[in-house]
Design a protein around this ligand. Structure first.
Ligand code: MRU
Length: 354
């Protein structure tokens, strides 16, 4: 079972596990102001689409908790700055926008309440978003479980694990449940340059949970896929759009193409909070660009000549034709059917069995 929680709320304080320090140090940031949380999102102390959605909800909660506003309207006004700040932190994962919209509509729909009652509701809603994510992770795990057969090997990329979410992770949820059921399987984790989320975080959390995990350099993945050493690949997503294209950590696209070339199934595990039906196609997803230092240095040590030109895209888009299926808390779907994710009646017929 996952050993650590990425984020928690305790009496108006948001504790964030500082993932930049993993695996060497386990330290929590203690945040009492939304700006501290916004910075933690930007500098990747907390990362992973669902986890930053939860952090955004807690930013709204922490501001409301301390607010001196005398009416719901004044509170909403105060929170507008918070909403704007959060949306600017990281552009690719849609979960921040999703959480902000959800918190905002809760407030707008309850402006008639006393301000103290409204503040209570806001904190409850943020806690609910966290709790729901834990349950969603478990359900994604249950839907993924049939993929795990005794003796199988699964490859994953970046960290779509417990530390990227509230609970069991998305790509890792099936791994935790399979382990609980005594299924014998192996995981191959790609290191995930430039920030090494695979090496530092996925390997850390899986080995802490007693899961058999092997680390590879990213450029080893291709050859393993040609050698019958991987049964399937499973990763997370920061934003999946109407036509089933998925944005995820830079390098996911290469892995998906190599998987298809070698007839290895390539799965996406995603909560519906990462699905954005307002965007028709993957080429319209905003892609975050980050500092060149992340490429020219590794954990503070320079590895490239000073002043070299750098391209540092944090995410890429995998066209839906490379995705075998998308595993959500509502079931497993072909990418072309993701556009029906909000039509519950249609979904019944479109579910895929793994
Ligand atoms: O830059 P990061 O570490 O936030 O990138 C994380 C990923 O790409 C994850 O795969 C994605 O957010 C899904 S997490 C369930």
């Amino acid at each position: 079972m996952p050993m650590l929680q990425s984020i928690r709320w305790e009496n108006g304080i948001v504790y964030i596990l500082d993932q930049r320090l993993l695996p060497e140090k386990i330290e929590y940031l203690k945040c009492t102001h939304y700006e501290e949380i916004a910075r933690a999102i930007e500098n990747l102390a907390i990362r992973g689409a669902p986890a930053i959605g939860i952090a955004a909800a807690f930013s709204v909660a922490v501001t409301s908790y301390k607010s001196q506003a005398l009416s719901g309207k004044k509170l909403l006004n105060e929170l507008k700055t918070v909403f704007q700040r959060l949306i600017k932190t990281r552009p690719t994962a849609v979960n921040i926008k999703w959480a902000v919209e959800r918190m905002k509509s809760l407030i707008i729909n309850n402006l008639n309440l006393s301000v103290s009652k409204l503040k209570e509701l806001i904190v409850e809603e943020a806690l609910k978003i966290h709790q729901e994510d834990i349950e969603i992770n478990r359900t994604i795990g249950e839907y993924s479980l049939p993929l795990f057969k005794d003796g199988c090997t699964v490859m994953t990329y970046c960290n779509a694990g417990s530390l990227a979410t509230g609970g069991f992770g998305t790509a890792t949820a099936g791994m935790y449940l399979a382990k609980q059921k005594g299924i014998k399987f192996k995981v191959i984790a790609c290191e995930t340059r430039p920030l090494l989320q695979g090496a530092r975080i996925t390997v850390f959390e899986l080995s802490e949970a007693g899961i058999d995990v092997t680390l590879i350099a990213d450029n080893t993945a291709g050859v393993l896929l040609t050698k019958d050493m991987v049964d399937f690949v499973i990763v997370g997503t920061d934003r999946t759009v109407q036509n089933g294209d998925v944005a995820n950590k830079i390098g996911t696209y290469s892995l998906a193409v190599l998987s298809k070339e070698n007839k290895i199934p390539f799965y996406i595990a995603a909560p519906t909070s990462s699905i954005d039906l307002s965007i028709p196609s993957g080429n319209m997803i905003p892609i975050e660009e980050r500092s060149s230092d992340e490429v020219t240095t590794i954990r503070g040590v320079r590895i490239a000549p000073q002043g070299v030109k750098v391209i540092n895209l944090a995410f890429d888009v995998t066209p839906s034709k490379y995705v075998t299926a998308i595993i959500t808390e509502k079931g497993v779907f072909l990418p072309k059917h993701i556009k029906y994710i909000n039509s519950d009646d249609k979904l019944q017929k479109l579910r895929v069995r793994l």
